[in-house]
Design a protein around this ligand. Structure first.
Ligand SMILES: NC(=O)c1ccc[n+]([C@@H]2O[C@H](COP(=O)([O-])OP(=O)(O)OC[C@H]3O[C@@H](n4cnc5c(N)ncnc54)[C@H](OP(=O)(O)O)[C@@H]3O)[C@@H](O)[C@H]2O)c1
Length: 277
């Protein structure tokens, strides 16, 4: 059965996004595949049943183009019911040798992994909120456990960008609930290390054969699809580490419970200081 009617997959030219786009297209979801590399997008069309994938070119770090991009997508695809934000980059920085840190690269990583996501969410939320009044709507983030526990010490800014994203998702999801958009699913996916271009030599020149790091992509995609099919309300965790973090009593489970309980008290405490209209 089709998971969604129509899904926008941002970052569909390689790795997780490409594999998920093909899987969705093969199972009856129409996919709008997005990325910077046009040749990859053209090739992707040929990997799925005819007519199941449309393509759009976007560099998400061009923040000022995101609102118009969303308008164009929604004009052509008013039946879009899923936005899957997957694009990302990972860079190494050594603050043990601060003179080697390239701050322009660091800023671009933060913009790609965090700020652009906030812009995309802002642009697509009104449509998803409206849709969710009558149907289910989906906002799916491909996140990272490195945002929960930053164990990969060589990528401090990547870890921080994913931590920022996780914090943003947590509160933005609560705001949807508070605003009554309960059929809008905000789902955060925690993959393990997966064999993709994220850590190949082109993208991380100090690694040799890094694209062989982690879980095979096909096995990952199959598990991701199965777990998304179960209509999760918060998280999809894949791999032992991610599963332990979100399992009953795990670090993220505890944080989530703390958040759910305490945000109510904080909201009550702040309410008397809020300006009344
Ligand atoms: N692989 C892992 O081990 C792993 C683990 C945990 C989480 N993740 C997360 O999974 C997501 C997908 O990563 P992946 O492993 O599949 O890596 P990947 O193979 O390198 O794919 C990254 C995708 O992001 C897109 N992208 C990057 N910058 C972009 C930009 N400025 N504008 C538009 N698209 C952009 C790329 O497309 P273009 O270059 O064509 O624009 C590509 O399609 C990322 O968010 C990553 O952090 C990966």
């Amino acid at each position: 059965m089709a998971l969604y009617k129509k899904a926008l997959v941002v970052g569909a030219t390689s790795g997780i996004g490409e594999a998920l786009a093909v899987k969705l297209a093969e199972t009856g979801t129409h996919v709008i595949a997005v990325g910077r590399r046009e040749d990859r997008l053209q090739a992707l069309v040929g990997k799925a049943p005819q007519g199941t994938i449309s393509i759009m070119i976007l560099d998400i770090t061009e923040l000022s183009s995101i609102a118009t991009f969303a308008q164009v997508v929604l004009a052509a695809h008013p039946d879009l019911d899923a936005v899957i934000l997957n694009s990302g980059v990972q860079r190494a920085f050594d603050f043990g040798k601060p003179e080697t840190v390239d701050l322009a690269t660091l800023e671009l990583e933060l913009k790609t992994n965090y700020t652009a996501y906030v812009y995309l969410v802002t642009a697509f939320l009104p449509h998803l909120q409206t849709l969710s009044k009558t149907n289910k709507a989906y906002l799916v983030f491909i996140s990272a456990t490195l945002g929960l526990v930053p164990t990969l010490v060589r990528t401090p800014n990547y870890n921080a960008s994913k931590a920022a994203l996780h914090s943003f998702i947590t509160t933005m999801r609560q705001q949807q609930i508070d605003a009554g958009f309960e059929q809008l699913r905000v789902v955060e996916v925690f993959p393990p290390a997966v064999q993709t271009e994220l850590h190949d030599t082109v993208h991380q020149p100090d690694l040799v054969g890094g694209d062989a790091l982690g879980m095979p992509l096909a096995a990952f995609t199959s598990e991701l699809f199965t777990k998304l099919s179960a209509d999760p309300k918060l998280f999809v965790a894949i791999g032992a580490q991610a599963e332990a973090l979100v399992a009953e009593g795990g670090l993220e489970d505890q944080r989530q419970k703390l958040f759910e309980a305490q945000q109510v008290h904080v909201k009550a405490a702040i309410s008397k200081f809020l300006k009344k209209d």
